[in-house]
Design a protein around this ligand. Structure first.
Ligand code: OGA
Ligand code: NI
Length: 350
């Protein structure tokens, strides 16, 4: 058996899973101890905060400020929340899931046109996280498409571009509304923040994850514990659960209500708020029965923004906790290295 460092990955987990030939995980996918006691606390599930976006956008002033406070608490205490009444039509969400499935169903040769790309290429298809540096394989195929400030789309399958275009536009609106609420919850001036982070040119990526059924799900992982490089990430899934978020010392298995988005704060949020709103650790677990698909929409500052703690949140009692860094450099660093906990952010801690 080859040692972990010298294994080669299959073209895709989908192909591996579809082939039916696999009776057990190749050892290089094994990254969990199946005998370890569970670190998931089921009692926390009911405590996940919910944000009603319609109250933020249309609520009367009293309800609205209450929801802003609720959002602030969700960011401070969890870094994770469920968004309901977000206004994105279910048809748009469904069309995106169908289009994404259509992409994964293309022939391997067709998808391969987008594989082996540089981490900053606007369309990237691959498996695991970063197969150049991963020392275990993750049970996941992905494609990532930059949709703003310039919109990109693969030419195939038919209808993909339209579905992605609508989905990207709708989720960007939701992301901006949430950011507005977050600045308000910290008493930061909205225009100032939008300018400081150059949000008119915000960097937005749709990252689609496919987690086929795994013969030994207790051994492998879809994605290891990590934080996102974004300001925030909006996740939508195909009805199969698998996202777990860290809360205190425990993990929470998330079962989203229908028609909701799962939102988590990312590393740029932690930097800009000087640690008030920390990026949350999360991971994706897999199962032995069903294919899971998730669509993560990453909303971030413009690539040329030097992101640093905002002056209003820095004081003698709370000095700047992070060095400023150009977002493009942060992103490249995070995508080029192993995905592990908050290792990319740890580099910037003062
Ligand atoms: C991600 C991610 C979780 C999931 O794409 O960064 O954390 O549930 N995805 O697919
Ligand atoms: Ni993530």
């Amino acid at each position: 058996m080859a040692t972990a460092r010298f294994f080669s990955l299959p073209d895709s987990i989908k192909q591996l899973s579809d082939s039916g030939a696999l009776s057990s995980d190749p050892t290089h996918y094994a990254c969990r101890d199946p005998d370890a006691p569970s670190d998931v606390d089921p009692t926390l599930e009911g405590q996940i905060p919910t944000i009603d976006l319609s109250v933020l956008t249309q609520g009367d002033p009293a309800r609205r400020s209450q929801m802003v406070r609720q959002l602030g608490r969700a960011c401070e205490e969890w870094g994770f929340f469920v968004v309901v009444n977000h206004g994105v039509p279910e048809t748009v969400r469904e069309a995106m899931l169908a289009a994404a499935q259509g992409f994964f169903d293309l022939e391997e040769e067709e998808k391969a046109e987008h594989s082996g790309k540089h981490v900053m290429d606007p369309i990237r298809y691959g498996t695991s996280f970063n197969s150049k540096v991963d020392d275990v394989g993750y049970w996941r195929d992905y494609f990532k498409i930059v949709v703003h400030p310039a919109f990109h789309s693969p030419a195939k399958p038919l209808g993909f571009r339209e579905a992605l275009g609508q989905y990207a536009a709708c989720t960007r609106v939701v992301g901006m509304e949430l950011l507005r609420g977050m600045w308000e919850s910290l008493e930061l001036d909205e225009d100032y923040m939008n300018n400081a982070l150059d949000l008119d040119a915000c960097f937005q990526v749709c990252a689609v994850n496919l987690y086929p059924p795994c013969p030994q799900p207790e051994l492998a992982m879809g994605l290891p514990p990590h934080s996102d490089h974004s300001l925030l990430t909006l996740l939508h899934q195909n009805g199969v659960d698998g996202l777990q978020v860290k809360h205190g010392s425990k993990w929470v298995h998330v079962k989203p209500p229908p028609n909701s988005f799962l939102v988590n704060t990312g590393d740029q949020m932690e930097i800009v708020t000087n640690g008030r709103y920390k990026s949350v650790l999360h991971r994706a677990v897999i199962n032995g029965r069903s294919t899971r698909m998730s669509i993560a929409t990453v909303v971030a500052p413009s690539l040329d923004t030097v992101v640093e703690p905002v002056a209003q949140l820095v004081s003698p009692e709370r000095p700047a906790m992070y060095r400023g860094v150009r977002y493009r450099e942060y992103l490249e660093h995070q995508q080029r290295n192993k995905l592990w906990e908050k290792s990319a952010l740890d580099h910037l801690r003062v």
